[in-house]
Write a protein of this length. Structure first.
Length: 99
């Protein structure tokens, strides 16, 4: 297999990992600067869309402004408490140390 051959002499097989180049960093800096210059018009456009009934725009504005709502997870069974043994890791650590 090609992978086995390329691993010889400590070489890794497969595709090389992508590296950040000067061009990539310059492109990212350009996008950030453009967004920063146009932030108010971008937000205004999003607010206008939300006011016209665009629920995705509304959701994005609220998620960005107040954070996404946390999802409650019921760790019980049909609202009933689940009984079980509680394992406290500190007990195991004490036994391992001979304490």
């Amino acid at each position: 297999m090609a992978g086995d051959i390329s691993r010889q002499n400590g070489k890794k097989g497969g595709r090389k990992k992508a590296s950040h180049t000067v061009t990539t960093e310059a492109g990212r800096a350009f996008v950030v600067a453009t967004i920063a210059r146009n932030l108010k018009p971008l937000i205004d456009a999003m607010v206008e869309k939300a006011l016209k009934g665009d629920t995705q725009a509304f959701k994005e504005l609220f998620d960005r402004g107040w954070g996404k709502p946390q999802q409650a997870i019921d760790h019980t069974s049909k609202g009933e408490r689940v009984e079980g043994n509680t394992i406290i890791l500190a007990d195991f650590r004490d036994e391992a140390n001979g304490q």
